[in-house]
Ligand binder design. Structure first.
Ligand code: PLZ
Length: 440
């Protein structure tokens, strides 16, 4: 289908070159590694991705909240080139380099709280979460990790256990790591009407107290705004109440800011919106502008409780990824991407709210900054509507705008545009989404 709305489309989707690659893929790539769109990227640009058929897609996904600084961002590209021309790898466990140290300095400075901090780097978000759990168990001498309904923390064995959703993440991949307890999240749209953040926190704390026991709990791990689980923003007061209980009970509070971190929600980290000071914080995604890099940052005494050599990995904190991260962080500061995320919200939120006014299949508009979503439901019952959600997303894709879905029930369309997206491009992407909602 060729669409007139996006003048950047040259062929139907997928075009002939993408179809040829699709056939090669079928013969070479495992079916388990699937893609949302049937197209193949050739290059990027200001808020767009150009595919192998010359089609320009408006990017409202940023490769799942990664290319916040642009794709490619000139400074990041330059830093990668410069570092690649000097050396590519030493293994930090063999010999150090300045980039690793400097990324840790930046993380210690930028993450919430002025207390003494240390950081350790790894390759992926899941690996950072694994490290955070290792550190928390080591520091407390306790084993249980508490996680929440709808949580997403990764696809490795331990992080599958921490992740809530069965399909596609866990199905037939068990047995899973033990000593994980799951408790209810604050989910204002679905919680009993009027339930406050404090009440939702008390519900979770009662579960922990009665089913685990504080003295067995190493850490409470949570996303301050849940990502894959549906862009769920907990009711005000929920996060502070959980953090306070943790503090009073010697339980570490780990904030997974892998998706929410680095300017995405209109502050450097989402914990800042409620003045939370996590003991440990995991980051990845936008940190290195598209290169694989992740981190755990936390209180010095907790981080340093681990014996020498207890944390590491061949590629952890790769020099090129560190160079990219420093350039990405520079770009965030120079271009004030905190303000840019707030500007995305200013443009987008009123349009989503207006859309929800006209469409009783939209149960809720929610999110913060440049992390916004629509939850689709059956009118009247509030039952999740994953079918319509999938139709709307597919319609957007055929019309040349990349939107992502999420949610435990696959009934949420989420927007994660690059924070550098030109205003006009964002507006065109939103036009496409509005048309898709109207037509489906
Ligand atoms: N914690 C909060 O959002 C990654 C993964 C999607 P990795 N989310 C996108 C998918 O289907 O694999 C994520 C996250 C939060 C942890 C992770 C894991 O980060 O870098 O994908 O391992």
């Amino acid at each position: 289908m060729t669409n007139t709305a996006n003048p950047g489309l040259r062929t139907g989707i997928p075009g002939p070159a993408a179809q040829r690659l699709g056939l090669r893929r079928e013969r070479a790539v495992a079916d388990g590694a699937s893609s949302l769109l049937p197209v193949y990227t050739e290059s990027g640009g200001d808020g767009v991705l150009i595919d192998v058929d010359g089609n320009a897609f408006i990017d409202l996904g940023s490769g799942i909240a990664v290319t916040s600084v642009g794709n490619p961002a000139p400074k990041v590209t330059e830093a990668i080139r410069e570092q690649a021309g000097r050396f590519i790898h030493t293994c930090f466990m063999v010999s150090g380099y300045e980039g690793y140290v400097e990324v840790c300095e930046q993380l210690n400075e930028l993450t919430p709280g002025a207390h003494d901090k240390r950081s350790v780097l790894s390759n992926s978000g899941a690996e950072a979460v694994e490290n955070a759990v290792k550190i928390a168990r080591h520091a407390t001498g306790r084993s249980t990790v508490v996680v929440f309904d709808n949580a997403y923390h990764g696809r490795t064995n331990l992080t599958m256990a921490l992740t809530a959703k069965n399909m596609p993440y866990k199905h037939r991949f068990g047995p899973f790591a033990p000593e994980i307890a799951r408790v209810p999240m604050s989910y204002p749209y679905r919680d009993p009407h009027g339930m406050t953040g404090q009440q939702a926190a008390q519900r979770a704390i009662d579960r922990i107290r009665t089913q685990v026991g504080a003295e067995n709990t190493a850490a409470v791990l949570l996303e301050p705004i849940q990502g894959e689980g549906g862009f769920i923003v907990p009711a005000p007061g929920f996060l502070p109440a959980i953090a306070e209980w943790c503090r009073d009970n010697g339980v570490l509070f780990i904030a997974d800011e892998i998706q929410t971190g680095f300017c995405r929600t209109g502050s450097w980290f989402a914990c800042e919106h409620e003045n939370i000071l996590p003991d440990l914080i995991t980051t990845a995604k936008a940190l290195a502008g598209g290169l694989p890099l992740a981190a755990v940052t936390g209180r010095a005494e907790i981080m340093n409780s681990v014996h020498r050599g207890g944390l590491g990995g061949t590629y952890s904190g790769n020099p090129i990824a560190c160079a990219a991260a420093l350039a990405a962080i520079d770009t965030m500061r120079e271009q004030n991407l905190v303000a840019a995320a707030a500007a995305v919200e200013e443009t987008t939120r009123p349009r989503l709210d207006a859309l929800a006014q006209r469409d009783d299949g939209i149960g809720e508009v929610r999110g913060r900054g440049a992390m916004l979503a629509l939850e689709f439901v059956h009118p009247g019952t509030g039952r999740p509507d994953p079918e319509r959600t999938a139709r709307i997303a597919a319609h957007c894709h055929r019309a040349g705008t990349i939107v992502l879905t999420c949610g435990t029930h696959d009934n949420v369309i989420r927007l994660l545009p690059p924070l550098t997206i030109p205003a006009q491009t964002l507006v065109e992407g939103l036009d496409t989404l509005e048309a898709a909602v109207a037509e489906c």
